[in-house]
Structures are given as C-alpha cells and as structure tokens.
Unconditional design. Structure first.
Length: 670
C-alpha cells in the first residue's frame, strides 16, 4: 500500500526557510532508497533542477507550508543511500545559521561536502609512511604537566578550554599528539585543526605517521567526491582522528572527545564566504555542547585568547624550553631610516647572509609582499596606477612584464609615461619578493636561491616539493611571503632576514599591530630550532613601534599589555563585540544609497546599547568591479547586535543589484 510523506528540504540559497516536497513510499522500496533526515534529494525548484538536504519528514503537511496538497511537488529522486549528517551536526548547522545570520540551507551546505554525486574510488590521502614506529620523544616536565592536566579534564565529563602557549620549537605539537593518542586509546574521536594543510605538511605527516589509517585528512585539494569518501569514512568510524583546515571543525566524528586548534591566532580560521564562521568559535560551541575539552595553541595567541587566559576563561599551559637542542635566536633590528643604501638588502644583512652561506648554513629572507615592486608612481604629478576594477595599487611583475592586481587578478602592460600628465618621470616604489630575488642574485651570484610565494607556485604539490628541497639542503637561500612563516622546521637554518617589517603596520585596521607582531615572531621562530646559533635581522623604518619593538625583543607580555590598553581605550574587541555589514554593487551610488537606508532602519530598530558606526567607504572601496560601503554594529552584547542585524537582513528589501555581506565578529575591516 502506498503512503505519502512530506519532506522539509533546505537549499543553498539565502532564504531562511525550508521547502515542502512529497515522496510516495511504495511497498517494494528498499531502505537505501527511502527518504531520511540527512540525505540529499534532487528536486525541481522553479524551472531548474536543484539538490537539497532533507531536514524533516512527516505524514501530514507541515503548518508552515503555504500551499495545499495539490500544489506540492514530488521529489525527483533520493541521491544518498545513507544520511550524511546526524542530529548533532544538524544542531551545529542550526547554531551556525543563528549565530552568523545566514539561512539554514547555507549553513548545512557549507558544513557537508555535497557536490560529489557518488563516492570516489581514489584515496583522498596517501599513507606511505611506516606506521609501526611509535614516538620515542621524551616529554619535558612542562609537557608532561600539560598532557596530564588536559587528559584529566577529558575524564571530567565537563567542557573546558585549554591554551598551550610557548615559543616556536617548544614542543606544542607533541603535547597535542600525546593528548590525541590518549583519547583514541580511550575509544574517543579527535579533530585536529591546522591553519592551511599546504602550509603545515610536517604537522600532517606527524599525525599520519603516528595514527596511520585511523587518520582522515580533509583539505581543499580533494575533489568533492574524495571529500565525500573521507566524510563517510569518518561516519563509519574507519577514521578516528580528522586533521584538516577550518571546515574540518564540522567533521561528523562519532564519540568526539577532543578538538585541537594549532596556530590558533591564524586569520585563515575565519571563513571569507557565507557563513563567515570562525573555526575557534564553532569549536568552543561544539565542545560546550558535547561537554568535552578544547585545546588551542600558538607562540603568538590572538589578543582575544591572551585576554581570556588573563581572565582565566582559558586554562593556560606554558612551555618555555626548546627541545631539539636549539635556543631562541638573537634578534637585531636594522633601522632603514638611518641608511642611505637604496638596495632592499642592507649591507649588514648582506654580510650576515655571506657568512651564513660560507658556514654551509641556510638563510630565509622574508617579505610579506608578492611581485617585483609595490606600485607605479609618477614623480611629476604623484599619480599612482590603481586597478580598473579595485581601488588598490597595481603590483609590477618583472618576469611577465605586467602590472597585476592581487585582489581581482586583472593585468595590464606597464605605461611608458604617466597616464595623467604624460610625464616620462615615472617609476616604481616599494619592493616585493620578485624584486628581492633579483637583488639577491646580484648580491650573492653563487648562492642557490629558491622563491616561494603564490605567484611562483603553479603546479599541484609544488609547495611541498620546494620546501622538501630546501630542507634537504639543495638551496642556500629561501625567499618567501607568509607561506614560509608557519609551522616549518629546517634543521640547517641559521639566519632569518625580515626585509621589511612594516608592510602591514599602515593598514587601516585595528588588528594591524597584532598581525605584524605575530608575523615577525613566527618567522623569527624558524631560526635556531635545532642549534643554539640562530640569528634574526629585522629591517624596519619603525623600530620603536610597539609591534616591531616587542617582537624583536621577544617580549610578549609588554606587547599584549600595550595592545589591550589600546583596544580598551578605543572600545575594540575583546572589550566589545562587532558585526560588519558590507553593501556592494557595480554602481557606487547604489551601494552608498543602500548603506544609508540600512543605517536609518538600524537606528530606528536597534536597542540603545547598539552603536552604529557609518556608513562609510570600505578602506578598499572597490574590489572586482564592485563598490563597497560598510556599517559597523558595535556593543557589549552580541545578542543585541545579532538581533538588529537579523531584523535588517530579513526585513529590508535591498535594491536588486546590491549584495549585503554580514560578518559577525570580523577579523578584518578592510
């Protein structure tokens, strides 16, 4: 006998509602063909085919359905033989939808790999290591204490937040691995987050080596089908430890017992697309719901994490000793404002590079800027060439002899004369990694030089290939951007030169100082990890700016104290909460008008405790041919801010060609 079921289906669209479809159950239907919550269904939505997730099933038409039974469409087919999420993951998606103010469909689709039509037969990650080898690392007393306290909290049945704070090379990874091993032996699952899989190959290898085929790796290099295969391995308990970038925080690990966040300070834990979630916040919510511990760690904690340690909301575990025979490197600043040398490499830095290479040791030269030189400028009228699609300076790339925009990718031929006044007195200011490469070849003609940045990496797997070649000693000098600042160990590295420490200091963003401090400290931490002879030279025009001064002195406490005082004075996080609304459109007047209208509505509906800042142009007004205006909602109570933003987003009819981005707890205001 046939029976009609009514299915609630969510779609990956910004409408915060479910859609009702029907399914007729036949007697000969197999279980795998029947609808279940968590399975995908193919449907007709309007005039097109669409894929949605089933989130509810009933035998009667739901009260929320706006049409009668005769107008309810039936689904085309059920795609999956088993559900892709359980109640816990759906509950997490519902929280993401509420907290980050997006539709439940957008939340579900961002969490679950759903574009793969079927399972992949090719492996998502190859396990070629010898897994029989167990770690023989002897823990220091500090490490032992941290492992003991974290594993004790795993037995308490309560959620707790731990922070492993220690300089680079003090053995944070080993503490994470020991805690994970303890949990796995107790029959629990573990999620281990790293900022970006490509930039932390050693951490991935350490996890895979330790735990073998019980490890699943989720990363952006996998096809949707491969991601789906890994996802199902996790559901079926074939993989008990999941290592991945931010989206792995949603992995459907049965009996999850611990979440680890390595390099907690890293901005890549924040999603740049809807929903704009932060993996740290999601992990805290998930651990709180499941009553399990969260362990984070970094040599440079975010200002929020530092404040939480000070106020005892995070349990701090401090590591002070480098364990591989190394010591913290000597750090010296070179004040460029007192040097007449026009080269990007000062005589003092050049001299140290020569001495290091002569001693058969290796060098990293770091600059957080790609390209050859920074921007094209007319010395006569001051004209600066900016991208036609974005309001940012073009960057010159010498190899291809093109000016390139690093926001939208538009390129153009460099002009011979000034497009504004026709003057031939034109040139380039600043310098990037390509320019440093050219200078380095001139200054050290016999050195073997390797450059790593986004522009120099063109093939899949090339980053790891190049890093391994440097590790094997095939190159003397490594030039790079922030790609070389994270989680890398090079035993023969003696000297790190920061070519220009001030690159990010002048950004109009309240986190600029924090980012500069973190970057200098992290890249300096690559030196002296294995031998007590590491040296770091930091070139700067601002040696007395707090971010540069304290990172070069290796003094975290005064920096965080200064930064927290500044934030308190200005009322920035962690002393307030923020929501950023960005209005973008191809027509500037439309973006500006929509932001003005939204500001009026917000001022009429928001509580008094919600401060509305703006509207104003975004610091980068135009990106990819879209003009951008922003409103900032600021206050002590995040719920009041969310309520105001939600009322606006779900009730304000914006102009058709204006898109509104909503970012709860933004990490950048650019």
């Amino acid at each position: 006998m046939e029976k009609i079921l009514y299915l609630q289906i969510v779609l990956n669209i910004p409408l915060n509602q479910t859609f009702t479809y029907s399914y007729t159950v036949k007697e000969d239907d197999k279980k795998e063909n029947l609808p279940e919550i968590g399975k995908r269904a193919e449907i007709r939505f309007g005039n097109r085919k669409a894929t949605g997730f089933i989130t509810g099933i009933s035998e009667t038409i739901p009260a929320s359905c706006p049409v009668g039974p005769e107008k309810i469409r039936s689904i085309n087919k059920i795609i999956d033989s088993e559900p892709l999420f359980n109640e816990e993951i759906f509950s997490l998606a519902s929280w993401v939808s509420r907290y980050y103010i997006c539709s439940i469909g957008e939340a579900v689709f961002s969490i679950i790999p759903s574009r793969g039509k079927r399972e992949s037969t090719s492996p998502g990650f190859s396990f070629e290591e010898d897994f029989s080898e167990k770690s023989t690392n002897t823990l220091s007393l500090e490490q032992e204490k941290a492992v003991r306290e974290i594993t004790q909290s795993c037995q308490s049945g309560k959620s707790s937040y731990h922070y492993l704070y220690g300089a680079t090379g003090t053995g944070k990874t080993e503490v994470f691995l020991q805690c994970a091993e303890w949990l796995l032996n107790a029959g629990k699952g573990v999620i281990y987050l790293v900022p970006e899989i490509g930039l932390t190959p050693q951490v991935v290898k350490a996890v895979v080596k330790r735990f073998g085929n019980t490890a699943a790796v989720l990363h952006s290099g996998l096809t949707p089908s491969q991601k789906l295969t890994e996802w199902k391995k996790i559901i079926h308990r074939e993989a008990r430890i999941v290592i991945g970038a931010r989206s792995a925080v949603f992995a459907p690990v049965p009996d999850l017992g611990l979440i680890i966040i390595d390099e907690e300070h890293d901005a890549s834990y924040k999603s740049g697309e809807t929903p704009r979630y932060h993996a740290r916040q999601v992990a805290m919510h998930r651990c709180s719901s499941l009553k399990i511990p969260l362990v984070m760690g970094s040599a440079t904690p975010s200002v929020e994490a530092w404040y939480s340690m000070e106020s005892k909301r995070l349990i701090a575990h401090t590591l002070t000793k480098r364990l591989a025979g190394g010591e913290m490197p000597q750090i010296k600043t070179i004040n460029l404002s007192q040097i007449k040398n026009s080269s990007c490499i000062s005589d003092e830095l050049a001299d140290q590079v020569r001495k290091t290479i002569a001693a058969k040791k290796q060098v990293i030269l770091f600059l957080n800027r790609r390209g050859f030189t920074h921007f094209f400028r007319c010395n006569q009228c001051g004209y600066e060439m900016t991208c036609k699609n974005c309001s940012v300076p073009m960057t010159y790339h010498k190899i291809e002899n093109r000016l390139r925009c690093h926001y939208c990718g538009w390129t153009t031929q460099p002009p011979v004369s000034c497009p504004a006044c026709g003057s031939l007195d034109v040139g380039y200011s600043g310098f990037g990694t390509e320019y440093i490469e050219s200078e380095t070849h001139l200054k050290f003609p016999n050195a073997r030089i390797l450059r790593i940045d986004t522009d120099s990496l063109t093939k899949k797997g090339e980053l790891e290939e190049k890093l391994n070649a440097f590790r094997r000693g095939e190159y003397d000098i490594l030039l790079g951007t922030q790609m070389v600042a994270k989680g890398l160990n090079f035993p023969n590295l003696q000297l790190v030169g920061v070519v220009l420490a001030d690159t990010g200091l002048h950004m109009p963003d309240f986190r600029a100082s924090e980012r500069t401090f973190s970057l200098i400290t992290q890249v300096a931490g690559r030196a002296g990890r294995f031998f007590p002879d590491g040296k770091v030279l930091v070139q700067t025009y601002n040696p007395f700016r707090e971010a540069v001064l304290y990172s070069c002195k290796g003094e975290s406490l005064p920096f965080y104290k200064y930064e927290l005082n500044q934030r308190k004075l200005l009322g920035f996080p962690p002393f307030s909460r923020m929501i950023r609304l960005v209005f973008r459109s191809a027509k500037e007047e439309q973006a500006s008008y929509a932001a003005e209208e939204a500001a009026k509505i917000l001022r009429s509906i928001a509580e008094k405790k919600v401060e509305i800042i703006g509207p104003a142009e975004c610091p980068i007004l135009k990106i990819a041919m879209n003009y951008r205006y922003q409103l900032i909602l600021k206050g002590q109570n995040i719920s009041a801010l969310q309520e105001a933003a939600e009322k606006l987003l779900y009730n304000y009819t914006r102009p058709q060609n204006v898109y509104i981005e909503c970012d709860v707890d933004p990490v950048s205001l650019m």
